[in-house]
Design a protein around this ligand. Structure first.
Ligand code: FRU
Length: 319
């Protein structure tokens, strides 16, 4: 599948066939003349509705382009497994890789290795370290965290006891949603009474919230880095008979998850985190056709509250 570098006469051909970039296409399209490119997707897990939706968004967009074939691998929330998947895609000689990494550090080297082999890599939603990839696509998590913080300060009138349930802090959205949130609340008088890493997982969030409830007789609001986390916290509060005394705020805003929780009165707000699946396919096609794409593609976000959810939410200010 790959045009291999042969020094001498082949070098001229290679120069004609492709462009050289730090991390992008440096070879002719494989299956020359044929209508098909192969894209390998490595999804960090499929245990959460948001990731199932991302793959679905990729599938829906890809269906409109018969010139690409997309293959999928599920890393089952294991960075080592995901590393092997990237290596397998490199050996198979796919034309482009889309990866949504579990954690930044462990996935950095395999992504860089693919780039060095001339396989373009689109990093989706969670980042790797450094800049050895072709393009990053995702919403701005610092901004979402900050908007959530500002919204919460306003909603509580500047006073309240907060529980922060963090996404995996070795993944960049967890770090950014935390940093942004702390920035957003810095001028309010809120007190963070409990903070724990629930690793994006609803059962972990529920367990952490049980500890928070046991320790603190008064909690005003839970800020969870994703909607499953906020829902887990709600279930813990409900089991303790305290769900009506506490507000719950999450992130993701899926139509069939966060938005439903808002409509049901379980969440006071959910901030949208778009999957970027469609944008990844469209960007992949541009790269495969030899176009130059931006290194960073930032997606917009909205907030859903009981007041605006029926009307489709409200775009975050500054978008
Ligand atoms: C799913 C998920 C989402 C979250 C995203 C962050 O694995 O936890 O809920 O918004 O990952 O990368």
């Amino acid at each position: 599948m790959k045009a291999k570098t042969l020094l001498g006469p082949a070098l001229g051909l290679l120069l004609l066939a492709g462009t050289f970039t730090a991390c992008g296409r440096d070879r002719a399209p494989s299956k020359a003349g044929a209508a098909k490119w192969t894209i390998g997707v490595s999804q960090c897990n499929l245990g959460e509705p948001w990731r199932v939706q991302m793959n679905q968004d990729i599938r829906n967009a890809a269906r409109e382009h018969p010139e690409i074939e997309v293959v999928y691998k599920d890393a089952q929330n294991d960075s080592l497994r995901q590393t092997s998947q990237i290596e397998e895609y490199i050996s198979a000689g796919v034309d482009l890789i889309i990866v949504s990494p579990k954690e930044a550090a462990p996935l950095t080297a395999p992504v860089a290795a693919a780039c060095r082999k001339g396989i373009p890599v689109i990093v989706l939603d969670r980042r790797v370290l450094g800049d050895e990839y072709t393009c990053f696509i995702g919403a701005d998590n610092v901004r979402i965290g900050k908007a959530a913080g500002e919204w919460i300060v306003k909603r509580l009138g500047g006073r309240g006891r907060i529980v922060e349930l963090e996404g995996l802090m070795t993944s960049t959205p967890g770090q950014d949603r935390h940093t942004g949130f702390r920035e957003g609340i810095k001028d309010g008088g809120l007190e963070i009474v409990f903070e724990a890493d629930m690793k994006w997982l609803e059962p972990d969030a529920r367990r952490e919230m049980e500890s928070a409830l046991a320790r603190f007789p008064k909690i005003d609001l839970v800020y969870a880095h994703n909607d499953p986390g906020a829902h887990g916290a709600y279930l813990a509060a409900q089991a303790a008979g305290r769900e009506k005394d506490i507000l719950f705020v999450g992130i993701d805003g899926l139509p069939h998850e966060g938005q439903v929780y808002v409509k049901q009165g379980i969440l006071a707000a959910s901030f949208e985190y778009p999957t970027g699946g469609r944008e990844a396919v469209e960007t992949a096609l541009r790269i495969l056709k030899g176009e130059t794409v931006d290194k960073e593609i930032t997606l917009d976000s909205r907030v859903f509250t009981p007041d605006n959810v029926a009307a489709g939410g409200e775009v975050l200010k500054g978008n």
